[in-house]
Design a protein around this ligand. Sequence first.
Ligand SMILES: N[C@@H](CCC(=O)N[C@@H](CS)C(=O)NCC(=O)O)C(=O)O
Length: 221
Amino acid sequence: MITLYTMEREYPYGALRSTNGSKVKVVLAEKGLDFQTQTVRPGDVWKKLPEVLAKHPLGKVPWIDDGDLTLYDSTVINEYLNEKSAANPLLPLDLQSRSKVRALENYGDEGVLAKFLPMIWMPWWSPPEQRDETAMQKGRDGLMTQVLPFLQTTLDAQDYLCGDFSLADVPMMAVAMVLQVDGMSVAEFPMVEAYLERLRQRPSYRLIDPKTPVDDALTSS
Ligand SMILES: N[C@@H](CCC(=O)N[C@@H](CS)C(=O)NCC(=O)O)C(=O)O
C-alpha cells in the first residue's frame, strides 16, 4: 500500500490541503491506486525537522512510501504512479504530445504552484488578522494578468489543456481548489472558468475538495 505524506488541516471554511500533495492525491485517485495518507504537521515542515529531512532532502511535502521506496516531488511521484498502473494513462503515447504535456505540467508547477498560488493560499492557513492582504492581491493579480490568459489561449476550446485529461491538468486541480476557497472571480476568462468547473466535477476532486473533511479523504475508499 502506498502511503502519502502531506499537509492537510481543517478550518471553519473547509479542509485546506498542500497544493503539491493534492496533485498526488488526484493522480492516486485517477489511477485507482490504493493509498493511505499520513498528515505531517506544518510546523515540522517549516522547522525542517530531521525526520522530515530524512524523507525529503528539501524538507517539503509531499513524499510517498511504497514498500522500500521513498519518493519525493509531486511531479516525479505522479510520473511514477502513472507508470505503476497501466489503467487510465495520463501521458500520451506520441512523443511530441507527451513532451507537450510535460511542458505544461512544468508551467503549472513553476509558473503557478510555486509562484502566484502560495501568495493566495498560505495566508488562508493563518488567522484573518495575520493575513498579508497585499501579497494575496499580488497573487490574484498574477493569475489574472499572466496565468489565466495563457490557460485561455492554451485551452482553445478543448476540454483539457492537451485534449484528454492528462498530467498537464493535475496542477490546475490545485488551482481549482485554491480558488474555490478564495472566491476570486475568473468570469473574465469564460473558457478557464468552465475548465476549472470541469476539473471540480471529476470524481478525483473529492479527495481535495475543501468541502471534504480531512478524515473523509485519507484513503482511496
Ligand atoms: N516541487 C515540489 C514542491 C513541494 C512544495 O513546495 N511543497 C510545499 C507545500 S505545497 C512545502 O512543503 N513547503 C514548505 C517549505 O517550502 O518549507 C513538489 O512538486 O512536490
